[in-house]
Write a protein that binds this ligand. Structure first.
Ligand code: C2O
Length: 551
């Protein structure tokens, strides 16, 4: 293992997409941001220097941060943001993980432009559980906004309305030919016939689950969220914000000088009529002169890959429940906790807040849009939770009474209750070191059922079951998979359904759990766990680095 040094200069940069030039926040002037590559076991030292007017912080999404919670990055959770002119060195070691992850800014909506791949190769002399691919290609899905995303979310929070949508989806920062004035900004992957490519798919979009398909090619899924899975083939896949998926693409043996479209479109059951249902395309090119019949035609004159409908919930249920851990002799899976010490039942969904006096709000019935877990919309403090916890200064910052079940149970996926109001608070759950935890996450239909990609910091969790409708505590536990469940850091709570997860609290610190749609995150669909130190030296959170930002 070695130590790898990266420097992230956060600076403004003019970037043009859709014939619209805009000054955006970038890392080292790049959009999307630079690729971090390391090996399992390496230490990363990433020096961030903030040259922009905004406060920033960075999250290494999916990295476990064992004992190094100070490097996790969510603003006001594990650190105060890095202010203009300040520097912070993220210092962590990659333990027991290899695969595709990504990094992104973790404050407000700055992830819109501040994101990039984080690729962890296996240790030297350790191979993949599949033949070595001819090439490895990161493919990042994102969004392009002509507007300033900070203005978009700040205005939405002020008026209580739902925020606007982006102007395009992107593949590696490029919107592609289906959008106006964008044909020259098309992602192209040039391939040779008869080879295997490893595509490292990353969904960094702010607010959209995406279907993805390549015309005339099937994909073999081999890894999810940097954990190997039992390989399976599919034409179409779904990837939620915060998820990463490695797929093998076998190119056709006898194809040359031909092109195929790849396309991604959103999955959503959101009630909002203004939802962005556009499609992003890229091109898979064989040979030097792929025959694209018409560059003036939006789909380049190529056959269009047929994607599921925007609300194809049954496709999503089938697809997401296909995942299993690989669990072979050579690549054994981590063990799912067979017994559970703490059980939780959390509702996840939307709700409303009262409109402040002397203000008109544009949310439902003149209220403000909000989102909650167990009816609590989580407020971020003005200092960082981890510091408050570590230095024993929780007073006035947070409380530890986050409810383990909804205070007033209701028919979660039935007719919505009349009262949609949520309460605000900074409530956490305290877990003794090594507690085995089960959480059933129940979507609610208050203001419309929706798929919520739930992300846990500091851990992977096992997805032991999912289902539609209300979770039934008498019947559904019989369906729990305690044999080979997939291990992930982000999983969708099904629209109008539930998801059951387990994890073992073996990493001391304060760990955020939230919906990875930035709009829901901003509305309060988030909470945090405090995991206490264990008795042994390697079970304790290490003290903070001396350059940790202050608020
Ligand atoms: Cu990728 Cu808390 O997020």
């Amino acid at each position: 293992s070695i130590t790898r040094h990266y420097k992230f200069n956060v600076r403004l940069q003019n970037v043009t997409r859709l014939c619209h030039t805009k000054t955006i926040l970038t890392v080292n002037g790049k959009f999307p941001g630079p690729r971090i590559i390391a090996r399992e076991g390496d230490r990363l030292l990433i020096k961030v220097v903030n040259h922009v007017p905004n406060n920033v912080s960075f999250h290494w999404h999916g990295i476990r941060q064992l004992q190094s919670g100070w490097a996790d990055g969510p603003s006001y959770v594990t650190q105060c943001p890095i202010q203009t002119g300040q520097t912070y060195v993220y210092n962590f070691t990659i333990v027991g993980q290899r695969g595709t992850l990504f990094w992104h800014s973790h404050i407000s909506w700055l992830r819109a432009t501040l994101y990039g791949p984080l690729i962890i190769l296996p240790k030297h002399n350790v191979s993949y559980p599949f033949p070595k691919p001819h090439k490895e290609v990161p493919i990042l899905f994102g969004e392009w906004w002509n507007a300033d995303t900070e203005a978009v979310i700040n205005q939405a929070l002020q008026t209580g309305a739902g925020p606007n949508n982006s102007d395009a989806y992107t593949i590696n920062g490029l919107p592609g030919p289906l959008y106006n004035c964008s044909a020259n900004e098309t992602f192209k992957l040039n391939v040779k016939p008869g080879k295997t490519y490893l595509l490292r798919l990353i969904n960094a979009a702010l607010n959209d689950d995406l279907f993805f398909r390549i015309q005339n090619h099937s994909l073999t899924i081999v890894e999810a969220d940097a954990v190997y899975v039992k390989p399976f083939q599919t034409d179409t896949l779904l990837i939620a914000p915060g998820q990463t998926t490695n797929v093998l693409l076998k190119t056709n043996p006898n194809t040359n000088n031909t092109a195929f479209l790849m396309a991604a479109s959103p999955y959503s059951t959101a009630a909002s009529g203004t939802f962005d249902n556009t499609t992003i395309v890229g091109v898979l090119e064989y040979g030097k002169n792929p025959s694209i019949s018409s560059f003036s035609n939006a789909s380049l004159g190529l056959p269009f890959p047929i994607l599921p409908l925007i609300n194809a919930t049954s496709f999503v249920a089938n697809f997401t429940s296909t995942f299993r851990s690989l669990n072979t002799v050579k690549f054994p899976a981590n063990k799912v906790p067979k017994t559970v010490q703490r059980r939780f039942f959390f509702t996840v969904g939307l709700g409303t807040n009262p409109c402040p006096k002397n203000q008109t709000c544009q949310g439902p019935n003149g209220t403000k849009f909000s989102a909650s877990m167990n009816n609590i919309s989580f407020s971020l403090p003005t200092t960082a939770l981890l510091q408050s916890y570590f230095f024993g200064k929780s007073n006035g910052v947070y409380t530890t009474d986050f409810p383990s079940t909804p205070l007033v149970p209701f028919n979660y996926t039935g007719t919505p209750p009349n009262n949609t109001m949520v309460s605000n608070g900074t409530k956490l759950v305290v877990l003794p070191f090594n507690t085995t935890v089960e959480v059933v996450l129940q979507d609610t239909s208050i203001l419309g059922a929706e798929n919520h990609p739930l992300h846990l910091h500091g851990y992977n969790f096992f997805v032991i079951a999912q289902g539609s409708g209300n979770f039934d505590p008498k019947k559904d536990p019989a369906r729990f998979n305690l044999v080979d469940p997939v291990e992930r850091n982000t999983a969708g709570v099904p629209s109008g359904g539930w998801l059951a997860i387990r994890f073992q609290a073996d990493n001391p610190g304060v760990w955020f759990m939230h919906c990875h749609f930035d709009v829901h995150l901003s509305w309060g669909l988030r909470m945090a766990w405090i995991v206490l130190d264990g008795d042994l030296p390697n079970q304790k959170l290490l003290p903070p680095p001396s350059d940790l930002p202050t608020c």
